[in-house]
Design a protein. Structure first.
Length: 111
């Protein structure tokens, strides 16, 4: 596990930067987590045991992820609830945090 939340860079500029607990910020982290594992939504849904339409709503911010669904993500990936709901990088396994960092750097370069 990471020791401090300063390890991951800030997300690409969005209104979610102001509130890491917003639906938009939570959805962004869910998508980044899946992408860091290099999984399609279909493969991800099989891994975590969540229906694809339901997951798509979580990942796009259409619905806030439920605690039960979030616990499935935690069990399958090793991330913690504090990462999902609050953006605390100390709740992300090091290998996954490194992949997320790379994604954020690439996103900043594109913008």
């Amino acid at each position: 596990m990471l020791g401090t939340s300063a390890t991951l860079p800030p997300m690409a500029a969005t209104s979610a930067d102001q509130n890491p607990e917003s639906n938009e910020a939570v959805a962004h982290r869910l998508k980044r987590t899946r992408e860091a594992m290099k999984l399609t939504q279909a493969a991800w849904c099989r891994l975590v045991g969540i229906d694809a339409p339901q997951w798509n709503n979580y990942e796009t911010g259409g619905r806030r992820i439920t605690i039960d669904a979030a616990l499935k993500v935690c069990k399958a990936t090793g991330v913690g609830l504090n990462w999902i709901y609050r953006g605390m990088a100390s709740d992300v396994p090091v290998n996954l945090a490194t992949a997320i960092q790379a994604q954020e750097r690439a996103a900043r370069k594109r913008s």
